[in-house]
Design a protein around this ligand. Structure first.
Ligand SMILES: Nc1ncnc2c1ncn2[C@@H]1O[C@H](COP(=O)(O)OP(=O)(O)O)[C@@H](O)[C@H]1O
Ligand SMILES: [Mg+2]
Length: 249
């Protein structure tokens, strides 16, 4: 279906075990340039572990990972970041006492070695405007609301100049109106030329946002396709039966 498109991320039979537990098992997928790719699955399916393998928090027990044609299977986080991989964390807020602008400036300095401080601050300020946070620039990061906090996380990740942005449940805890704003933000990121891979359990968000969906259960990929295709897949329906999140509409 996507022949000829540039591949940004390619996972080949990635596995990760914790002791005897196979958290991620033989996971393969291809993420094409410009695509918004969702990873879904019931609690404990292995989604966060997969994201940690992609961003370099963990090394895989086996398998291979490519970013823009480079083998990054064993690359440290910093090299992945410099090679174009950005990640927004769900809860991490490393510099709560620093201002919002300073937090994003750190991202700009980290992502582009050799960037000078004034340049990094300017880029950070531009990103605060893009993410709707310009009026919060001088607040301490810990004073932000949850939605503002997620916007800051996205701004920090964007500050590192990613080609691919990884998002782990950035909509969690948002009210419906706020989630709609966050959906718009993710779309604008993609429209700016950045491919997005996101983990999400809110099904309407997945339906509205994802070009393609990878469904995991028990560490394995059980279906890949459009939202309509995967939600009609018998194995996916079974995986979600009786779970709290359900498959929704
Ligand atoms: N650091 C870890 N040590 C041991 N087990 C883990 C660790 N991280 C995750 N797991 C286990 O791996 C499985 C997948 O977890 P996770 O990737 O967090 O799933 P999801 O994000 O889909 O809810 C779960 O059984 C979880 O308990
Ligand atoms: Mg998780």
């Amino acid at each position: 279906m996507s022949a000829g498109l540039e591949v940004v991320l390619r996972a080949e039979r990635l596995s990760k075990s914790f002791g005897g537990l196979k958290a991620v098992q033989n996971v393969s997928f291809t993420h094409y340039a410009g695509e918004i790719l969702a990873v879904i699955g019931p609690n404990g399916a292995g989604k966060t572990t997969l994201l940690n393998l992609l961003s370099g928090v963990y090394r895989p027990s086996s398998g291979r990972l490519e970013l823009l044609g480079q083998d990054i299977t064993h690359a440290p986080m910093e090299r992945r970041c410099h090679a174009g991989l950005g990640r927004a964390f769900q809860v991490v807020r490393p510099f709560p006492e620093m201002t919002v602008l300073e937090n994003v400036t750190v991202g700009a300095l980290f992502g582009m070695p050799g960037t000078r401080l004034p340049e990094a601050r300017e880029r950070a300020y531009d990103l605060l405007e893009r993410t709707g946070l310009a009026d919060q620039a001088d607040r301490a990061a810990h004073e932000l609301t949850l939605l503002q906090d997620k916007r800051m996380e996205v701004a920090r990740a964007l500050a590192t100049h990613p080609r691919v942005l990884l998002l782990d449940e950035v909509m969690a805890g948002l009210r419906p109106g706020e989630a709609a704003e966050a959906v718009e933000l993710v779309r604008s990121v993609r429209d700016g030329g950045i491919s997005v891979l996101f983990i999400e359990h809110i099904m309407p968000v997945v339906r509205d946002l994802a070009d393609r969906v990878v469904v995991m259960d028990g560490g394995e990929v059980i279906a890949t396709g459009s939202y309509r295709e995967v939600t009609a897949h018998p194995q996916v329906v079974t995986a979600y039966l009786g779970t709290e999140e359900g498959l929704g509409a």
